[in-house]
Design a protein around this ligand. Structure first.
Ligand code: FAD
Length: 342
């Protein structure tokens, strides 16, 4: 958000910084570390009133405001030169309503926070991005998508949003109450107000068989249209394209999640963070040349399917169980939460 149209930015060097800043001056950066930006300061609000206080201060001193979640949008979208940064990560309360099948989430909560609140109640979310470290406010602001190709992006799963406008007023918006603003905020990159809270659809948790298969890229559309889409039990999928010089973009590994009857089997607990150092090493080596790229692709094809259960990315809260008969099949739980495209 920027000051009112007539409010050209004024120098603020002569203004003594308010006591509630968590960082005075200095710089912020995003997860890419490529966008270091000098800012006026950073505030980490915990309440609506603290957000309002920051907005009032910014307005009265001609400061731009940039809202940030976990700063994983890697084009500097969550900062602005000279701005007051609203770091929302402390507004992270999560409340599950089992009767209404909804979950109210503070904008700064991560998807991991959401899963940890819903999972013990046998619930999950209908859509989420492929990794769970991102903030809900930041992902709603870009209308992120997940691996659930039937649900699509987050927009269809957001029931309502509590939003603070630039003048400090709070609005509860949804599809019937100010639908235009509701649509604009979802995917609005923080330009229409500060998202304070989001109400999301919750869905019943379920068990999935996880399977990888290697296909020529040219036959992917056929697989998707004629096998995955017609079978309603296929709920999620993602594909990795080959980056190996020999099969560059011609080959893909398609990961599918097919819902299975749980037969009363208890839903396994969420997986904890896993060590991703080996995966990072391989990925970084592959940036430097053909041999490493071939090794990486061979690893994805042959090694990862067998060992993903042991060292899959930290953010996959799946709880796989490998049936002896099928090395490429595992079980996992929690709808989109199992996806691992990141
Ligand atoms: C490893 C990785 C995996 C990813 N996987 C996926 C994926 O599977 N699907 C997908 O769609 N995207 C994916 N993304 C992209 C990701 O969804 C976006 O970058 C998202 O914005 C990150 O959320 P964040 O909390 O870091 O937002 P930030 O980068 O902090 O902010 C992004 C934007 O939202 C605004 N914003 C943040 N919080 C608020 C708020 N409370 N109120 C108003 N505006 C706000 C910011 O001003 C900024 O414009 C991935 C990114 C990474 C790095």
């Amino acid at each position: 958000m920027r000051p009112a149209p007539d409010g050209a930015f004024t120098p603020v060097a002569d203004v003594s910084p308010p006591h509630w800043l968590s960082q005075r001056g200095g710089t912020v950066n995003d997860a890419s570390c490529l966008n270091r930006t000098s800012v006026y300061g950073v505030v980490r609000p915990r309440t609506d009133d603290q957000v309002r206080e920051a907005l009032v201060f910014a307005r009265s001193h001609g400061l731009a405001v940039a809202v940030s979640g976990t700063q994983h949008s890697m084009g500097g979208q969550a900062s602005f030169p000279g701005a007051l940064i609203l770091d929302m990560r402390d507004m992270n309360r999560v409340l599950v309503d089992e009767v209404a099948s909804t979950v109210r989430v503070g904008a700064g909560a991560t998807w991991r926070d959401v899963l940890e609140a819903t999972h013990p109640k046998g619930l999950s979310v209908a859509a989420m991005p492929s990794i769970d470290v991102l903030s809900v406010g930041g992902t709603v602001s870009v209308n992120a998508h997940g691996a659930d190709f039937r649900t699509g992006s987050l927009a269809s799963t957001v029931r309502s949003i509590r939003l603070m406008l630039a003048d400090g007023t709070v609005r509860e918006i949804d599809r019937s109450n100010d639908p235009g603003l509701f649509r604009a905020v979802i995917g609005g990159y923080g330009l229409f107000g500060v998202i304070l809270e989001v109400e999301l659809d919750a869905v019943d948790n379920a068990l999935y068989d996880v399977r990888e298969r290697r296909v020529p890229t040219s036959s992917f559309a056929d697989l998707f249209e004629n096998e995955l889409v017609p079978d309603d039990d296929y709920r999620m999928m993602y594909a990795h394209l080959s980056t190996s010089p020999r099969t560059f973009l011609d080959e893909a590994i398609v990961h599918t999640y097919r819902r299975v009857d749980d037969d009363g089997e208890p839903i396994p607990p969420l997986r904890q963070d896993q060590d991703s150092r080996v995966a990072r090493l391989v990925l970084n080596l592959a940036r430097h040349g053909g041999v490493a790229q071939r090794i990486k692709w061979a690893g994805e094809r042959k090694v990862l399917p067998r060992f993903r259960a042991l060292w899959s990315p930290a953010t996959r809260p799946c709880a796989p169980r490998r049936p002896a008969s099928s090395p490429a099949t595992r079980r996992c739980t929690t709808t989109s939460a199992c996806s691992g495209t990141g």
